[in-house]
Design a protein around this ligand. Structure first.
Ligand code: SF4
Ligand code: SF4
Length: 377
């Protein structure tokens, strides 16, 4: 079993790094976040001061808005807007075109983002400890899944989310040729968790992933689709999202993004989410296994994961209890030593099933029990 010291050595630096990343980047962007809509105070500002606050050249903003070249840039913004019939949305869109990074920053709720990442780190640590040290019963698993979807989805909402860091990053780059640094850091944070703890983030923290996992515990007959099929669909979806974002550019995921179920208000996306949850009764995590961009990227990085399900192939008695308990083909692939086994969502079902203790979550396989003969084939 992974020792307490090894646990601490893995998770504490991750926690510190993630908290530092959010703390270090958020304050400078928070200033922009406070510059919400173009309200009464902004209307009193000289046009040039308003532009400077948004990090754009006043003359460039005037040009972008189609204002006359001879415009007196020291006049109050409100006066200029009224005289030329400018709507606040047009003003915001022009600022966004000239300074997309500032516009992104202004659209974020930084307090909520800091809180969410802080809680994700807490869940990540808790799951790592549970997987390494505790027998995860079904009741414990279901309770924590419900808690995660309530906290990260219902309470803290759709943003940020792991697939969004990939999709939104590609779309912004396609539209404006820029990268939004906090989003890149968020992606690095998600990947760091994946590299340290395999798919612990997906399994225990992602708002829509945990919601799907929760419904998968309704006792109805289930189908495990072949991995080649689900992964081919997922890779094709990724290619379509990336291709449209970079080449057209067009965000094809946004209208159907099931994460938006936590914002209730986009009927098509809510419909897709409900459809995924109904399908999730019969197929484990259909969104994650068939469509999620982060699901694909984190599956690829599973090979690098430090802590994950480890098998002692010498003590395994080949009863296949773990394969039957596994909601995907992951355990079958791991037992067969396939280099590209299906995603393991760190659910812990196999760990509590093995009758001879041949499985554990950690850096190395479990050692044989002293005095017991290895049941080699
Ligand atoms: S694979 Fe599933 S759990 Fe992981 S980020 Fe995507 S939606 Fe969330
Ligand atoms: S049952 Fe399958 S998905 Fe769950 S931890 Fe074991 S190998 Fe991973």
């Amino acid at each position: 079993m992974l020792s307490a010291q090894a646990c601490a050595a893995l998770v504490l630096p991750t926690a510190s790094l993630l908290l530092w990343m959010t703390a270090a980047t958020a304050p400078s962007y928070a200033q922009h976040g406070e510059q919400k809509a173009e309200g009464a105070a902004a209307r009193q500002l000289p046009f040039s001061a308003f532009a400077q606050q948004r990090g754009v050249e006043a003359s460039a903003l005037a040009r972008e808005l189609g204002l006359p070249p001879a415009l007196d840039l020291s006049r109050p913004l409100g006066e200029v807007m009224d005289q030329h019939g400018l709507q606040p949305q047009a003003l915001q869109a022009a600022v966004a075109r000239l300074n997309p990074v500032a516009a992104e920053a202004a659209s974020k709720d930084w307090r909520r983002i800091r809180l969410k990442f802080g809680l994700w780190v807490v869940f990540f640590l808790a799951a790592m400890v549970l997987l390494t040290r505790v027998r995860i019963t079904l009741a414990l698993r279901v309770s924590l899944l419900a808690l995660a979807s309530l906290v990260f989805g219902v309470w803290l909402g759709v943003e940020p989310n792991a697939p969004g860091t990939i999709k939104d990053g590609l779309v912004l780059y396609g539209e404006s040729g820029v990268i939004f640094p906090p989003r890149l850091l968020a992606f690095v944070g998600f990947m760091l968790m994946t590299i340290i703890g395999n798919k612990v983030f997906c399994g225990w923290g992602c708002q829509f992933g945990t919601l799907q996992d929760l419904v998968s515990h309704v006792p109805v007959p289930r189908w495990k689709p072949p991995f080649w099929l689900s992964n081919a669909v997922r890779a094709t979806t990724f290619a379509a999202i990336a291709g449209c974002a970079l080449l057209i550019p067009l965000d094809i995921l946004e209208p159907v993004d099931p994460f938006r179920v936590f914002r209730l208000g986009a009927p098509l996306a809510v419909g897709v989410a409900v459809g995924m949850l109904i399908a999730g009764l019969f197929v484990y995590r259909p969104w994650c296994t068939f469509f999620c961009p982060f699901g694909l990227v984190s599956w690829l990085s599973e090979r690098l994961a430090l802590a994950r399900v480890r098998i002692n192939h010498d003590t395994c008695i080949h009863c296949k209890a773990c394969e039957r308990a596994c909601p995907t083909h992951s355990m079958a692939g791991l037992r067969a030593r396939r280099p590209f086994a299906q995603d393991c969502f760190a659910c812990g079902a196999c760990l509590r099933t093995c009758p001879v203790g041949a499985l554990r979550w950690g850096l190395r396989p479990p050692a044989p029990v002293p005095g017991e003969e290895s049941p080699r084939r």
